[in-house]
Design a binder for this molecule. Structure first.
Ligand SMILES: Cc1cc2nc3c(=O)[nH]c(=O)nc-3n(C[C@H](O)[C@H](O)[C@H](O)COP(=O)(O)OP(=O)(O)OC[C@H]3O[C@@H](n4cnc5c(N)ncnc54)[C@H](O)[C@@H]3O)c2cc1C
Length: 558
């Protein structure tokens, strides 16, 4: 169907108002302000969440290096900081016990860092950006990346008002074409337009290792006075993750007796029943965690993936008409599992590059290339390079990973190997028969009784994410082949989607047309935009595409 679309033109288009995109907009405005010879270009900034911060979810302990470089007086300017880190502890958990590490390795020391709620923090950053005269269009979602004559030319936004079958409803509004001299993708983890960029411009990822991910599942609780101090930071490794799988938990003291508690699970698991949400529910039953939560109330829930393979997975960062920033392109230190400061730094470097381009009135790829040069000479590169082999260390399991991680620290990041080959996460999942051969038994998911007091089912948790989607629209989880889901996947893997999704989007229900058989049923309106399904599906027949703008989670305090 040929749809007539409005065409808008701008100088710079920023997709995504997370730390990376907001830092870019703020820094560029600042640089232009400081130079009378350069005028602020036309900037259009879009964010798919209904407000800035609606889709921001993090731990979060923030290293202030990025924000201090961007806004040196961020504390005086009222940045929402829950607390400065007041204590730091790390535990190894078995099912009943918690063994405290006698020391915190220097690279994991959080002295001087801040506990924040990222979604409050990005809300505040957005206020600073808007004060510079830049408008942020929240509720506007990029759907397709436009590439013309080999160069990125802009973005098409999502069509609004289509029904489930893709027919136009009375409120139909076609997505616009936004043409830009430079498009900067700051979409965060596993960005959908960033993925288009990699598909349409394969040289961006040529020779780079595939990205790996964790899924982080998180709740914010209000707990009785005195249970945890603001700024108290606890990290755990071990239980309930099996020793051959990667992951761990966190407990951070926030202000007003709130606590951020979460569990992150590697998606390169061999187990087709891998269920990050259920592992998190089990985690909360550990005595160490339970004694903090007892008598408290769960306030908020969210889930999101984290890109954790680091430096060797970073693509080329520029192309004609394109710059790439933040989590989308692995600006995250896997050893510290921190990316906020690096996302901000990537935004700063992109802004400095664009400022040079504006001064030279040259926005060509030759000039955009300076972004990559800046990165090469930055503290961000040094930090990412140091942790370049960290993720790969855990291929041999927890103890091998810890051992190798320690050697890397002593050897400045190299360790006993360098640039170990990595495959895409979904390729590590074993078919049931292969799992039995490797582990001597069928995969079995360990569950806890969900009591609706400390432990919750996925639907209750989704309700606490505030996620909403118009139900009568084309599903934004596009299944390329239902036949694979309803037959091959059931037999070979037991339909892992019903386990790995932390929002109960995927369910296997009785198929009335095939008595005794199951079929896949989707509830896309539950989706919290974590992207776990797109990454983990073993056949890669699930594709996450952007739904209508302004939909998805409405996070607060996360
Ligand atoms: C569970 C978890 C725990 C973490 N803990 C920590 C921590 O303790 N410390 C730390 O430093 N880091 C932590 N991180 C990582 C940190 O949150 C990220 O590195 C950081 O948020 C990346 O910033 P970003 O701007 O690149 O992406 P994001 O923060 O993800 O922002 C991207 C924005 O782009 C928007 N967007 C995406 N696609 C589109 C589109 N097509 N159209 C319009 N808008 C779009 C999204 O809605 C989002 O608002 C954690 C992450 C997770 C998930």
């Amino acid at each position: 169907m040929n749809i007539e679309r409005e065409v808008l033109e701008t100088d710079i288009l920023i997709v995504g108002a997370g730390p990376a995109g907001l830092a870019l907009a703020y820094k560029l405005a600042n640089l232009v302000e400081s130079d009378d010879a350069v005028e602020l270009p036309e900037i259009l900034m879009m964010e798919k969440g209904s407000y800035v911060g609606a889709h921001s979810l993090s731990g979060a302990v923030m290293d202030p290096r990025g924000i201090a470089e961007l806004i040196p007086d961020f504390v005086d300017k009222g940045a929402p900081l829950e607390a400065q880190v007041s204590s730091d502890a790390m535990y190894y958990l078995s099912e009943r016990r918690a063994v405290k590490f006698p020391f915190i390795p220097p690279s994991l020391n959080n002295h001087g860092n801040y506990v924040i709620s990222l979604n409050k923090f990005t809300g505040w950053m957005a206020e600073q950006v808007e004060a510079k005269g830049i408008d942020i269009y929240a509720g506007l979602a990029g759907y397709d990346l436009l590439v013309e004559d080999g160069k990125v030319a802009g973005v098409q936004t999502v069509d609004m008002g289509l029904d489930k079958e893709g027919n136009q409803k009375s409120n139909f509004e076609p997505g616009s074409i936004i043409k830009a001299k430079v498009t900067v993708l700051c979409e965060g983890v596993h960005g959908s337009l960033t993925r288009h960029a990699f598909e349409k411009i394969p040289t961006l990822i040529e020779g780079r290792l595939p990205q790996s991910y964790l899924t982080g599942v998180k709740e914010v609780w209000e707990v009785p006075n005195g249970r945890i101090k603001p700024g108290q930071v606890i990290h755990t490794i071990g239980w309930p993750q099996p020793k051959h799988e990667y992951g761990g938990g966190w407990i951070y003291g926030m202000s007003n007796n709130m606590v951020s508690i979460g569990y992150a699970v590697g998606l390169n698991s061999p187990d087709p029943t891998n269920d990050p949400h259920m592992k998190f529910q089990r985690y909360k039953m550990h005595p160490l965690v339970r004694k903090i939560l007892e008598g408290g109330t769960m306030l908020h829930y969210g889930a999101k993936t984290v890109p954790d393979s680091g430096y060797y997975s970073m693509p080329k960062l520029y192309h004609g008409g394109l710059l790439l920033c933040g989590d989308s392109v692995s600006f995250l230190n896997p050893q510290k599992l921190k990316g906020i400061h690096l996302a901000i730094k990537s935004g700063i470097m992109a802004a400095e590059t664009l400022f040079d381009c504006l001064k030279a009135t040259d926005l060509s790829a030759n000039m955009l290339n300076k972004y990559e040069e800046r990165f090469e000479n930055s503290w961000a590169k040094k930090e990412l390079y140091k942790s370049r082999n960290f993720h790969a260390s855990f291929k041999g399991g927890l103890w091998a990973g810890l051992f190798h991680g320690a050697i890397q620290m002593l050897m400045g990041g190299r360790g006993l190997f360098n640039r170990r080959e990595n495959k895409a996460d979904h390729t590590y999942m074993l078919k049931i028969e292969d799992y039995k051969k490797r582990f001597g038994h069928a995969p079995e998911k360990v569950s806890v009784k969900l009591d609706n007091e400390y432990t919750f089912d996925k639907l209750t948790d989704v309700y606490k994410s505030g996620s909403t989607h118009e139900e009568d629209q084309p599903p934004h989880l596009v299944i390329a082949d239902y036949d694979i889901c309803n037959n091959r996947c059931t037999e070979e893997y037991g339909n892992p989607c019903q386990h790995f999704c932390p929002a109960h989007v995927y369910e296997m229900v009785d198929d009335p047309d095939r008595p005794g058989k199951l079929k896949l049923q989707l509830t896309p309106s539950n989706c919290v935009h974590c992207k776990t399904c797109d990454i983990t599906d073993p056949y890669q027949v699930i594709r996450w595409v952007t739904p209508q703008g302004g939909e998805g989670p409405n996070y607060t305090n996360l």
